[in-house]
Write a protein that binds this ligand. Structure first.
Ligand code: G6D
Length: 332
């Protein structure tokens, strides 16, 4: 089902597409390719809003697809094939976050096709968009599968060499409780990227063993004694480079252990952000107030700030290549 969700100040119409398959129901917006709502057996498992204005005024990227380059680019600058590019600055007055002020999460995507369980969206990002070189065409399909998963498949091409690194930025909360601190999270990563005071990777790849970042055997998000100041807003290293097909990345279970979500992805990195700093000043889905730790993001992507790090696998997309990314959220 497709309905008009709202109209942007510039007159552009935002549509909502409702999908359904088995125990899953999803609502997708053409604004930012946002997953507005996702229900498993009738239980809402993501954070979102009921109205368009709240997305424009209050959303910390709820459910959106972040790009052209997800996460931070240090100094909002990069050099490609010897040419320096100044990107749009939208983070702490000096960096870029999630592709700039009008990144992909703030754009209205074209609705190409939809049926009961899937939707295909397209976005064209013109040469110079947010400071990036080259025109990029992105195709994204969300599918509810017969096996209880939401699958996102993205491909992109460019007419000039440019970085492309997209991620799905849903905030999950599997039981609707006030915080996810009693959810248990497992991440299949034996190392992570430490960050500086601006949350930008320092370049070091550090082992998680004997640190609060060891999620290999599963741990609750709630900080243990001595971890009171620990922040979870880091990239976990799943592999060095993208994989051909999806592999297990993470598993999240609600406090009672009744609902489980697994993340499977082709991407080499997983940004864990447990939203300690959010305090959303507008009612969310079902009238909920979203305070600190109301949900957590498991953002599959290539490693942050790769454009400025020789040691990280390149995120550059060349005109002869196709960017490809598949992430699945599997529920049981
Ligand atoms: C991302 O890692 C970042 C966070 O630091 C940011 O605050 C959030 O998006 C909005 O997950």
């Amino acid at each position: 089902m497709i309905r008009e969700f709202g109209v942007l100040p510039d007159g552009e119409v935002v549509h909502e597409i409702s999908l359904r398959k088995g125990t899953l129901q999803a609502s997708v917006l053409t604004l930012g390719a946002i997953i507005r709502d996702l229900k498993v057996d009738g239980q809402t498992v993501v954070l979102g809003f009921e109205d368009l204005q709240s997305y424009l005024d209050h959303s910390p990227y709820f459910g959106a697809v972040a790009g052209r380059c997800a996460n931070r680019i240090a100094g909002a600058r990069m050099t490609i094939d010897g040419q320096e590019h100044q990107l749009d600055v939208n983070e702490r007055g000096r960096h870029q976050l999630h592709g700039g002020a009008r990144g992909f999460s703030r754009r209205v995507w074209q609705l190409e096709q939809s049926d009961k369980a899937s939707v295909l969206l397209k976005l064209v990002s013109e040469d110079g968009d947010m400071g990036y070189p080259g025109r990029v065409e992105v195709l994204l399909r969300y599918t509810l599968t017969g096996t209880g998963a939401l699958r996102m498949k993205i491909t992109a091409t460019a007419d000039r060499t440019t970085p492309v690194n997209l991620t799905q930025h849903s905030y999950f909360n599997l039981d609707g409780s006030a915080t996810i601190l009693d959810h248990t999270l497992e991440i299949a990563a034996d190392s992570y990227l430490p960050v500086d005071e601006d949350l930008i990777p320092t370049g070091e790849v550090r082992k998680v063993a004997w640190t609060p970042y060891d999620f290999q055997d599963g741990r609750k998000l709630r900080r243990r004694a001595g971890e009171e100041t620990v922040v979870f807003d880091h990239n976990f290293c799943l592999s060095d480079a993208p994989r051909e097909s999806v592999e297990f990345a993470a598993a999240l279970e609600d406090a009672a252990g009744d609902r489980r979500m697994e993340v499977w992805t082709t991407e080499p990195g997983l940004q864990l952000f447990d939203a300690g700093g959010i305090d959303v000043q507008a009612p969310g889905l079902e009238g909920k107030r979203y305070g600190p730790h109301a949900g957590l993001c498991l953002e599959a992507q290539r490693w942050p700030d790769s454009v400025n790090r020789d040691g990280f696998t390149s995120v550059l997309l060349r005109p002869s290549e196709t960017y490809s990314h598949v992430t699945e959220f599997r529920f049981s």
